[in-house]
Design a protein around this ligand. Structure first.
Ligand code: PLP
Length: 414
């Protein structure tokens, strides 16, 4: 094993890891056979097949929900959820400032106004008090994002939404397999929205599933996703406005196979994440997010930890990440604060909200905890968590090595 005391890889030493972590996506004969079956059956779209719909139903049950809709992606699932909740012109939707842009643009897609709020500094999920403080007479919904698979405080959120008459849409794009008090995420709010894009915890390259428990909401979301059709009516009977957001049968076939191996993968990722949390927490300047005891399983889309550069001889985050990458650790990056994106800073919302100027000055929105987290968290790729335990603990060894040599690295790279 490479010595922690040896020269860090970024300064020319041998890396802690010379072998890469497991690759992603994972697939085998199950995906191949599923695709062939769809090919030969000739259905190919949901109008002539049940593969995608069956997958969405199984996925919904896995997350404790009654209904699942197989849709194109995790952007459209959010949009369909808001449309089904009858959210539109002049309504406000509260969204956390640390997330992928789609969580907020979903509101714009239905001509509603996203209101950006701060996050919990520890879990990076929406701060429920900040969400409550942002409620106005126009607020219709909260979109809560389970960031990196860590469940938001669903007890507090459901209580708040019930008390204030708001819809709750859970954005579970990072949280396949996250369980809150014995029930899957996505089943707590009016809707749970999942993405199956390539980087996600199960994938068909693209794809999305919308889950819910209410039949009328299910019907409304499906009508929106299926060109305004009403189930059981004539094919060219279009009752309401809708678009085409249907998943293909190909995606359904791949995702059925992915769902089959998901529970075992989820268990491995959970066990490894818990072990890595403990190892990293022992290193000065590193803090892993507190795992809420109400969350019995976390779908780790990413493994996130907080980095305090003052304990690493002032080594800036970017240089720390470069040193970690040189040791063979695969990383993503933190989201920037949504309020810093050009779309919001400059209110570039066309073709949405054309009928009136937005009444929020996003350029002046300050989200201090989002900004701090964006500048001080490290996001590791989930494929690392599928490795054997010693390989996973190499992450902590690499961080420890950088900690030991932080002054030298800072000196050399400055
Ligand atoms: C939190 C979050 N919401 C929504 C989405 C959108 O999903 P998709 O890429 O499938 O449209 C993503 C995808 O990255 C995401 O991370």
């Amino acid at each position: 094993m490479t010595s922690l005391l040896g020269t860090p890889a970024i300064l020319g030493g041998s890396p802690i890891r010379s072998v890469d972590y497991p690759s992603w996506p994972v697939w085998d004969a199950g995906e191949r056979e599923g695709l062939l079956t769809v090919l030969e059956a000739g259905g190919w779209w949901q109008g002539n097949g049940t593969v995608a719909a069956d997958f969405a139903a199984d996925f919904a049950h896995y997350h404790s929900a009654r209904f699942g809709l197989a849709l194109t992606n995790g952007t459209h699932t959010l949009e369909a959820a808001l449309a089904a909740c009858d959210i539109g012109d002049d309504d406000e939707v509260i969204v956390p400032g640390m997330t992928f842009v789609a969580s907020a643009t979903a509101a714009l897609a239905v001509n509603a106004i996203p209101i950006l709020v701060d996050i919990d500094a520890d879990t990076l999920c929406i701060d429920v008090a900040a969400a409550e403080a942002a409620i106005t007479a126009r607020t219709k919904a909260i979109i809560a994002v389970h960031v990196a698979g860590a469940a938001c405080d669903l007890d507090a959120l459901t209580e708040l939404c019930t008390r204030r008459g708001l819809r709750l849409v859970e954005d579970c794009a990072h949280a396949h397999g996250t369980v809150w008090r014995g029930r899957g995420v996505g089943s707590w709010g009016d809707f749970g929205s999942f993405s199956m894009q390539r980087s996600k915890l199960m994938t068909a390259g693209e794809g999305g599933v919308l889950i819910c428990n209410d039949e009328a909401l299910r019907d409304a979301a499906w009508a929106y996703a299926d060109c305004g059709r009403v189930q059981g009516e004539w094919f060219y009977h279009h009752a309401t406005y809708g678009s085409n957001l249907r998943m293909t049968e190909w995606q359904g076939a791949v995702l059925s196979a992915q769902l089959g191996r998901f529970p075992a993968q989820n268990q491995t990722r959970n066990d490894n994440a818990v072990a890595l949390n403990a190892a990293l927490d022992a290193i000065p300047g590193i803090r892993t997010p507190r795992r809420d005891p109400r969350m019995s399983s976390q779908g780790n889309y990413c493994f996130v930890f907080h980095y305090d550069h003052s304990q690493f001889a002032g080594l800036p985050l970017k240089q720390f990440e470069a040193a970690l990458a040189a040791e063979g650790i695969p990383m993503g990056v933190s989201y920037p604060a949504l309020s810093d994106l050009s779309i919001f800073r400059n209110s570039n919302f066309a073709p949405r909200l054309r009928h009136r100027a937005p009444d929020v000055d996003y350029a002046s929105v300050r989200l201090p905890r989002v900004e701090h987290a964006a500048a001080s968290t490290v996001w590791l790729q989930h494929r690392m968590l599928l490795a054997d335990r010693e390989s996973v603990l190499d992450v902590a060894r690499a961080v420890e090595r950088i900690h030991l040599h932080a002054a030298g690295i800072a000196n050399e790279l400055s």
